[in-house]
Design a protein around this ligand. Structure first.
Ligand SMILES: Nc1ncnc2c1ncn2[C@@H]1O[C@H](COP(=O)(O)OP(=O)(O)O)[C@@H](O)[C@H]1O
Ligand SMILES: [Mg+2]
Length: 141
């Protein structure tokens, strides 16, 4: 049996952080604009498509909270193979994975994030809000 152990990345890389207004539709686009060059700079082009879907969903959810505090988008290189996308918003309500019915017009965003990350996502409650993160991994070579 072989076990794959993920080692912390050996290349020192700067993580990307951006503070965005929470309500504006442009915030999701700005979050994608942060993600794309960051992943390309790390030579993780293969994660761009899934990463854009995830960051759009998380930014959309943060905007829907109705909270007036700004959202913060962070992209971190956690290991050689893993990137963490996080969005901090000012609401202390936690996200909830729901089972959308066939006819439902909403409620599928987190299910998509769950699928794309293989369940590696979560939320951390903070004093003035929370951070929702999603870990995206490259396929083992
Ligand atoms: N950032 C968030 N803050 C508070 N609640 C959230 C957040 N993200 C998701 N949720 C909750 O989880 C539910 C499911 O999210 P999602 O699957 O994206 O569906 P939708 O956004 O279409 O309602 C949302 O309806 C909301 O109640
Ligand atoms: Mg959503």
């Amino acid at each position: 049996m072989t076990t794959t152990v993920e080692t912390p990345t050996r290349t020192p890389v700067a993580d990307a952080v951006k503070v965005l207004p929470p309500y504006e539709p442009q915030s999701a686009a700005a979050a994608r604009r942060l993600l794309r060059p960051t992943l390309r700079g790390w030579e993780l082009e293969g994660l761009v498509e899934a990463g854009e879907l995830i960051v759009s969903e998380l930014a959309g959810n943060a905007a829907k909270t109705g909270c007036r505090r700004r959202m913060t988008v962070t992209v971190e290189r956690v290991t050689d193979r893993c990137v963490r996308i996080s969005i901090r918003d000012g609401s202390r309500t936690l996200p909830c994975l729901i089972e959308a019915g066939l006819a439902a017009e909403s409620g599928r965003g987190l299910a998509l994030v769950h699928h794309l990350t293989g369940g590696h996502w979560g939320a951390t409650l903070e004093t003035f809000g929370k951070t929702v993160h999603a870990d995206l991994r490259t396929r083992p070579t």
